[in-house]
Design a protein around this ligand. Structure first.
Ligand code: GLU
Length: 292
């Protein structure tokens, strides 16, 4: 069997907390136990929120925890050209459209629909689905608005994309972290509506880059938090559109914060740097999340 490839793919838009440490350590452990490779990938496409100092912090924290990864590390911000080529394919196939509505315009549109008694659908993350009026817009009008410099995002025409896919959309989810069995999960893509696949200034998005890189890096096992479980459906759709292979997925339970709450962005009691500076040892931090 081919060598399994695992990856930990943090976004450097903040400091690592116990949840990240768990994910990274679990991936490295599975790579070790299965004679596989462990990659670290920096998902820094959001150039407004990602910072070099957070990236340096990630390397420092992971090394302190005792992790080793292959070099060079893939930094997504260095590969916009590659993602742009994939976006071009979706544009040529008319599976994306420029979406011009701002956040406040979307809100107003939906509020208006709701006063007329319509129940507006929301995606699995709780965001209202995009109205998608631009799908009816003529090419000329789209061109005119783009040329005029209006803000827009490239959104997937999810209905058209689903119609263009012949295979049923599902993924294999490992039934436990032993990776000794999988179950078939049918993708619920419609629930997401027309997701953003690229921005006007950045020719990619989380979903597009993640499927591009997992394929390019030969990732065989995507092991990540349960919060990304539903997003897997969209990623499977993009893999089918681009003809990319589907890895096996395992979505692990999230590390609970204090008193069982969700780990918050405030890192007072869960940030790796904070814990280290308070005198915790790497073994103690691993003990806190139950991963030796
Ligand atoms: N970069 C994503 C995050 O930090 C994770 C991507 C993934 O594991 O698929 O949430």
């Amino acid at each position: 069997m081919a060598v399994p490839v695992f990856r930990f793919a943090p976004s450097p838009n903040g400091e690592l907390h116990l949840g990240h440490a768990y994910s990274a350590l679990l991936n490295a452990k599975l790579a070790r136990e299965n004679g596989g490779r462990f990659l670290l990938r920096i998902e820094d496409i959001d150039i407004t929120r990602c910072r070099r100092e957070f990236e340096e912090g990630i390397y420092h924290d992971l090394a302190w925890l005792g992790l080793e990864w292959e070099e060079p590390v893939r930094r997504q911000s260095e590969h916009f050209g590659e993602y742009g080529k994939l976006l071009e394919r979706l544009i040529a196939e008319e599976l994306v459209y420029p979406a011009f509505m701002s956040r406040s315009e979307i809100r107003a549109y939906i509020a208006d629909a709701e006063t007329r008694g319509e129940r507006w659908p929301h995606d699995p993350d709780g965001a209202p689905l995009y109205p998608g009026m631009e799908k009816q817009m003529s090419r000329r009008e789209r061109r005119r608005r783009i040329d005029r410099g209006e803000a827009f995002a490239w959104r997937l025409d999810t209905e058209a994309a689903l119609a263009s896919v012949v295979n049923p959309l599902f993924w294999r989810e490992a039934t436990s972290e032993k990776l000794d069995g999988t179950e078939r999960i049918d993708a619920q893509v419609e629930a997401w509506g027309d997701v953003i696949v690229a921005r006007k200034e950045i020719p990619t998005s989380y979903h597009l880059s993640v499927v591009a890189d997992d394929a390019l890096q030969g990732v065989t096992h995507v092991v990540r938090g349960r919060d990304l479980y539903q997003a897997t459906g969209i990623q499977r759709l993009l893999q089918e559109l681009f003809g990319l292979p589907a890895p096996i997925y395992f979505h692990h339970a999230l590390v609970p914060g204090p008193e069982g709450r969700k780990l918050s962005k405030s890192l007072r009691d869960s940030g790796i740097r904070v814990l280290r500076e308070a005198g915790a040892t790497p073994a103690e931090v691993r003990g806190m999340i139950g991963i030796a």
